[in-house]
Design a protein around this ligand. Sequence first.
Ligand code: UN1
Length: 506
Amino acid sequence: MSQQTTAAVSGHYIGGEWTDASDSATFESENPATGETLSTFQRGTEDDVDAALEAAQEAFEDWRSLSYIDRAEYLWEIYHELRDRHEELGEIVSKECGKEISEGKADVTEAWHMVEWAAGNARHPHGDIVPSEIAGKDAYMRRKPRGVIGCITPWNFPVAIPFWHMAIALVEGNTVVWKPAEQTPWCGQIIAEMFEDADIPDGVFNMVQGYGDAGAAITDDERVDTVLFTGSAEVGHEIAGKVGGEPGKLAACEMGGKNGIIVTENADLDIAVHSAVMSSFKTTGQRCVSSERLIVHTDVYDEFKERFVEIAEDIAVGDPLEASTFMGPAIEADHVAKIRTHNELAREEGADILVNRFELEADEIPDGHEDGHWVGPFVYEIDYDPDLRCLNEECFGPHVALLEYDGDIDRALEVHNDTPYGLAGAIISEDYRQLNAFRDRADLGLAYANLPCIGAEVQLPFGGVKKSGNGYPSAREAIEAVTERTAWTMNNSEEIEMAQGLSADI
Ligand code: UN1
């Protein structure tokens, strides 16, 4: 059981030791619902990252030579700790990243689901037996670890996403250097304590707290074999461009989206409204899978609009620790400013504003939470035009456009696909042909039918197409980014016989 879950200056975890930043710089984590300081942390430098990478490299050979099952044992320890500390850690997630409490707890649940998948997968086959053209030859595809994995994770899932990256990487035999988001270092601290409590061998797991400079020191270093990144498109595209261009190095990045939900003429409107509200406002719109475009058929548009707007006007924004809250605050003051800019852009581009709760009324803000980073729903309708920036740029907040379309599923898909992104989306329809058209032709990594477009499960691939990502840093498919494939071919005969009819005569 960990020792520390309250304020103190907390260090990095490098080579099995808690260490201070090389220049003693610190930073603070804040409760976005109150503005209060939660805790103080060492701010990572290049030297700290250097030490972490050295430790990870040194630990690699011994770690890779353990069996999959033995490596997974360490992860099972953490699985139990995540379960035992579910309530406590869920509350810390809510305090540090502002998600309402059921979401805080779901974040922890998703983490242990990932650990369960990765550790359980240690007992599953890890390659293929492949037929050979030659009777005396055996051929296989075998996997082996890539080496040191650099993990950069976001604040909006401060427990689940680190495990998306690290659980599989570690069970596969890699060592890791991880930088938690600077907004959620407390969650990072607790996860590091869990690895310490699990007695993971020194240097196998390393955590450096800090900002983008520490992250860049990880991603840019030649000792890192794979970078796993989940976060903003801006940073992800930079990493993918830089790291992806280096021979021998891999970057798997998962970024945001401008996710859409299509509501067709025959949709069940209860399901449609419910799905749209969940997708647009849960996590205060701050999921990479949150929906910012609702593409609604003209036959049902007015009714959908009326019902959606009524809920958006009323939805409970407030203290994340209160069970009655639907939406907590935005993560930080800078993010509130960014959401404001997106709302203003929509207005400038001709949006008709249907709900504007961007600035909450004083009596909507809970007592003692006046310094929180409050924002409420912003809902607008606008004539569809593919060139509008407000329909193409991700806001990452409770900011959503209603777009009316007239025509068949082809028209709906045209509007849906017309963004640079392709992460998650949904269709609400009772017509199986429309559902299948969406499944096959929506530019998406995650496609939902008659459901919200949030809430993916870890045993599915999680990642996007177009500008939403390259590779899968997350969930089941992360295995591809953290392993090498070896084509292993063995001769069982006393002769050499070549494939493709190549002569073996010398
Ligand atoms: C994110 O949106 O940043 O699918 C991650 C979901 C969660 C993960 C979301 N399982 O909504």
